[in-house]
Design a protein around this ligand. Structure first.
Ligand SMILES: O=C(CO)[C@H](O)[C@H](O)COP(=O)(O)O
Ligand SMILES: [Co+2]
Length: 209
């Protein structure tokens, strides 16, 4: 089953609540929430207070993608805000294994993401401890970038390590790149600009098809 996770980074922030409702009704499986601190990535988005303010707009899974340095400092805040899945970047913490255990102790799902320049090998040691691998198919920080083709090989590599783990792909996803990702073994697709720049329902079903 392919799941679609619209990234609200491309939503209209002036009416975020309405956007969450619209994207949920259009068939989103997850709501992908990009948290950026202006340090780990060269952009600033929003934090736990904003997430908390939209939590009651939908029952969909809140898929929180933390692009922040030392994410271990803020796990409790994101759990309290309503995160169902918390994904941290392997490059963002010195103590990856410890931070994974910390997230698991809160009884939410845990994902680990790797940037385009990070080899899959960097997460082979912890892959059996986590629920999801998030392959970044653009350099994190901004929506609307072009898909990096070698990400396909990385998806295949992760799938070879685990038949059952969730593999999410994030960045530059459209109906063409989606096909390649699914064929390579991904089962969750994040899409921001592709979905929010068109008819939400049509775009989500074009990714699923
Ligand atoms: O994590 C992200 C950026 O760091 C976003 O989820 C991603 O860029 C989605 O945007 P688009 O689909 O427009 O590429
Ligand atoms: Co993201």
């Amino acid at each position: 089953m392919i799941k679609i996770a619209p990234s609200i980074l491309s939503a209209d922030f002036s009416k975020l609540g309405e956007e969450i409702i619209a994207i949920s009704n259009a068939g989103a499986d997850y709501i992908h929430i990009d948290v950026m601190d202006g340090n780990y990535v060269p952009n600033i988005s929003f934090g736990p207070l904003v997430i908390k303010s939209i939590r009651d707009k939908t029952d969909k899974i809140f898929d929180v993608h933390l692009m922040i340095d030392k994410p271990e400092r803020y796990i409790k805040e994101f759990v309290d805000a309503g995160a169902d899945i918390i994904t941290i970047h392997a490059e963002s913490t010195v103590h990856l294994h410890r931070t994974i255990q910390l997230i698991k102790n809160f009884d939410v799902k845990v994902g680990v993401s790797i940037n385009p320049g990070t080899p899959v090998n960097n997460i082979s040691q912890i892959i059996n401890d986590i629920d999801m691998v998030l392959i970044m198919s653009v350099n994190p920080g901004f929506g609307g970038q072009n898909f990096i083709e070698f990400s396909i090989d990385k998806i295949k590599e992760v799938r070879a390590l685990s038949k059952s783990i969730d593999i999410e792909v994030d960045g530059g996803i459209n109906n063409e790149t989606a096909k390649k990702c699914i064929t390579a073994g991904a089962n969750i697709l994040v899409a921001g600009s592709y979905i929010f720049n068109g008819d939400y329902e049509e775009r989500i079903s074009s990714l699923k098809d």
